[in-house]
Write a protein that binds this ligand. Sequence first.
Ligand code: SF4
Length: 511
Amino acid sequence: MILIYPPVAKPCEPPAGIAKLCGALNHHGIKYNVLDANLEGLLSLLKNPPVSSDTWTSRALRHLPGHLDSLKSWDAYRNEDRYRRTIKDLNRLLDMTGRSSRVRLGLANYEHEALSPARSTDLVRAAENPEDNPFYPYFKKRLTELLRNEPPSLIGFSLNYLSQALCTFAMIGFLRRESPGVKLVLGGGLVTSWMRRPHWQNPFNGLMDHLVAGPGEGPLLLLMGVTQSTDILYKPNYNSLPMRDYFAPGPILPYSSSSGCYWNRCSFCPERAEGNPYIAIPVEEVVSDLLHLVDRHKPVLIHLLDNAISPSLMKSISEHPLGVPWYGFARITRHLTDPDFCFALKRSGCVMLKLGLESGDQRVLDNLQKGIDLEEASSALKNLKKSGIATYVYLLFGTPPEGLTEARRTLQFVAKHHDGIGFLNLAIFNMPIYGPEAHQMETKQFYEGDLSLYTSFNHPKGWSRHLIRQFLDKEFKRHPAIASILRRDPPVFTSNHAPFFCDGFHIPHPT
Ligand code: SF4
């Protein structure tokens, strides 16, 4: 069997979903190969000069070896200007390469001029014309080699982001043509979301043999003839992934201690709308897994992937430090208002917490059932700052209860707490097509296609996307305290690289 992670997704850490599948296959002694076609494909395109070249592109190409070395060592992270220049140059090379295929290509971006990843007919077209894909020369050679050396009976794709969809289908189209007898299986986060849409009908009949929603371990094992596998919590296995080749100063270890969310109440949440249940690995097991993985891979950073790290896990990590810096998403709860709790987190290696604050208006938060008290949020931000933990705060504009007045309260809250906010992510609300709220609002067909996960709606306060953008560009982002937070955000890699730029992160001195 071959497991493939297709382009394009941020190439800074190994794909956790594939590592979980590897763990399950190892457990049952099933042989497999892993192909991180995202990392390999991006590197292959970067190393092949674009057809047309201007001064910037030629310079970027000249500096390419140095840029790649600096991103994979500490050099780029010691100097923010150098880091930004490096990312801009790499993106420039990809952008120029993608143009001949009518694709806006970047390190985390794949947008075709005419084909949408949210339209099944476009995905089928991508499968019918794999040679039109800019990664075609790479995957044609690589897949042909793999098929020749060890012909597999099954090939699985892990499709998680829209930016991977068109390339995934191009690769599937190529395999269907070259190797019609091989079983093709498609799973991953994006496929799960598609399949959880109401009235889902598979529009890809004939292309794929199986589509998998939710965790893929059980269905994959079943396809391989293993029937007693459903209640085993498999440990991720990263041994087949090129841990040291990613765009990071050393291995980043992603780890998921739970699926779903222990809070599971926020009205706008796609996780809740999809009905994904909360399943958590016992905290003692999480700590022992992590210690084992740390020992094996010597990561420079642990990325906890949970939608919300539970307070009990934070407590357990505080009591059994992992000896490696870590970060992840946490809810703003009363625990973070306790300075001792925050200091203990810091001592355990917590370098940054991602916090979904969403709004600085209490009525909006209550209406969204976010379970956040703004006074607690204020105290949490201050405590985290004092203990040396950076925060990456997520805001969501344009939710149904928010209008301009409420959005201005968010602005005031952020400006007042700017000192405790390391980084900011600003998003405009999308209404999940299958969420309960969609039924209460006047909705219309959204811009995208039959696979779109969101619907547009008439905002009850007339707070349209256009007005929100205007507010963000002309008012919110121009506030001097907020502008300086936004300038800190690492381009392209954002929160994935942000921990390396936190004051509390110890970067080794050059030798
Ligand atoms: S805390 Fe996050 S994941 Fe959990 S329900 Fe709210 S938005 Fe969803």
